[in-house]
Design a protein around this ligand. Sequence first.
Ligand code: ANZ
Ligand code: ZN
Length: 858
Amino acid sequence: MQNTYDPRQIEQQTQTHWEEEKTFKVVEDPSKEKFYCLSMFPYPSGKLHMGHVRNYTIGDVIARYQRMQGKNVLQPMGWDAFGLPAENAARKNKAAPAGWTYDNIEYMKRQLNSLGFGYDWDRELATCRPDYYKWEQWLFTELYKKGLVYRKNAVVNWDPVDQTVLANEQVIDGRGWRSGALVERREIPQWFIKITDYADELLDEIDNLEGWPDQVRTMQRNWIGRSFGVKMAFGIEGSDESLTIFTTRPDTLMGVTYVAVAGEHSLALQAAKNNTEIAGFVDECRQGGTSEADLETIEKKGIPLGINAIHPVSGEPVPIYAANFVLMGYGTGAVMAVPGHDERDHAFAGKYGIPIKQVIHPADGTNIDIQAAAYIEKGVLKDSGPFNDLTSEAAFDTIAEWLQARNKGEKTKNFRLRDWGVSRQRYWGTPIPMIHCDKCGTVPVPMADLPVVLPEDIVYDEDTINPIKADGAFAKCICPECGGAAQRETDTFDTFMESSWYYARYTCPGAETMLDERADYWLPVDHYVGGIEHAVLHLLYARFFHKLMRDVGLVQSSEPFTRLLTQGMVVAETYYRGESDGSKHWYNPAEVEVEQDEKGRPLSASLSADSQPVKIGGIEKMSKSKNNGIDPQSLIDRYGADTVRLYTMFTSPPDQSLEWNDEGVEGAFRFLKRLWALAIKGAAERGTDPSSVPLSALKDTRREIHEALKKALFDYDRQQFNTVVSACMTIVNTLYKLGDEKADLIVLHEGLGIVLRLLAPIAPHVSHHLWRELGYGEDILDAGWPQPDENALKQESIQYVIQVNGKVRAKIQVPVDADKSKVEEIALCNDNVQKFVGDVTVRKVIVVPNKLVSIVAK
Ligand code: ANZ
Ligand code: ZN
């Protein structure tokens, strides 16, 4: 055995071994329990960052752990390869996005391998490859045939100078990022998938996702946002038309004192035609953000349209306002306003002098001043004509039925969730497989003509906006129905489309259909690991796709991911200097020397290059903008992969944030060196059964080892890997105390065998190497999982605390098999106890088994 721990050499050797043996290649084996462990695939941006390293280490630890439990473990990896950064890089480098992407994939794949992740690379996929996106195109055409896909106008950001649509991130302070022109909102036709048809199922099944963090389940519920309410029609004075509103509080119906519609509502648009003031207000409503968050913060404004609505119950007229807080895209774009019982309506009524009426009273009869503030709780109805004295709950149904019987309304439910707009006007994405024919209308590309391949060999320079839109050749095609000249769709899919089903395609690489029968062996994914930033969209779209694939007969399960772990952020200190123009220049932690107080808190910092001070900017998520990222490659080069993996697992539990600290990395490295040194000593003794030699002198040592093992197993199960590492450290420390006798060496051999297996998922190279070197076996992955020895755990004696008249006076060791009277006897004999009892009589002795003896003496 080598004297010093040389990670470079053993990691390379071990990785070569895994590659040659195809250790991580798996096939379906119905005789074995399967375990599908998946980490969210990366965007091939150039190189791995610390967030990737953490994510993939967690996934690899889980996969290796499950494998050592004897399961058939699938752990694949691939590339989320389409997206805007490739286009930007291409423009800068005057190269095609494809080449940039493929180069990055190659480099990052090498990095992943250098970290020792156990992937079955035979299943690798890149979403920009036609043999992948072909099936996504196929599914889209199937959904079109099923009526789940449609085209309608939707708003985009339009750059009037570049004559192009901009992604949200290309709009900076309201201007196009390249042209600097003021961005306009424009309506263009776009493709949608009817996710709202699945909204109920997507919501209801969240209840069954017991292996998901509560926080993520709540976020999904809120995003789908189902509310139950009533849709009802108000008449319009002097017109045959009516105005439909949506409310979740029909019980407040008799408190309506006005009605409000969105600026884009047809009533507002009509009124704007011959009233410049209203037209001005409608224009104003069009500006600014349209999100709900924006609407909550804006100043509430409105304008009367000069027409009245007719209350469906009382027949009284109420004024109609256009108001900036009513969303056109939600419900019906119109609301019945109840200032007495809604805060927003109350504020609005106050501002425009509209009456405020109380129709709900607290159930306990408390008086309230409705003019001062809205009463928004439920209660009992008053001043509500035929509905008086009903509770809010009862009134909901009664009023709904009253309206329904008169054809004026019905119960309905409403979702916040909108249909999924999948069109993007970018080049680097999956072409939408649709054809526009003047004669036949919209025609899906037939299966035989799929995939519609995105041209990759294109010329890119600073002026290129979208090569497939600029050059007419891509769009030119023949209509599959009439054979006439037609135009191909030149929009591409939202890249969330590709990431919605990659997990399924991994299960059946090379399948001649979208998925084949192998999918049902592996799916659902047993454990999914990734960032919380995907808690809503990615996970919701993937759940939706799974159901779509189920409904075309491709999978049998209904949900894709059984268990989900959202890992915490990797954060680090930031350092900067103020520039003369008021901006900040950020320095990387690697360029900075920090002075700390005795508790390790930073006191001051200076730049290594010039020894002049820099300011400490606080701890933030590692990012390019704050320049506080640590390049994992430099750490791997310096310490080896095992140290990096061990450090990221040891520093904090997987779901909490990890605060970077260089000393911690050093500490992890030192621990592996200590383990190595111990192994050198351990090499002297091989394979004697520890129970075959008299080890009485070493009983305590063995108990410590097996107790730590027991704790580690418990923590592995609940994925608290940081304390697994602590247990390993405890064992190593215990083993260091052993001497050189034969019995010591036997215990050392036993202990090393345990600690190596515990560490194998976390620091796999050194564990693999030492396992063979010390003669335990061929491959540690096949070694089985260590189990605590019950005999070793047995204690010889138990500690009791002794109180005399309620005060702790002694701690004693009592043999485990001592009965109550024996415990009492030993306690009373204790010198210190005797001293405190003194001459007085012992009145009572209470023994709490395995814990406490309480003596009362007076
Ligand atoms: C009358 C009322 C009285 C309301 C009351 C609330 C309290 P959720 O739960 O989110 O579905 N609303 C309906 N459509 C709207 C739109 N397009 N823009 C803005 N607000 C709209 O919210 C439903 C409630 O939000 C509806 O119930 C409606 O106001 C308002 F004491 O109707 B309510
Ligand atoms: Zn045609």
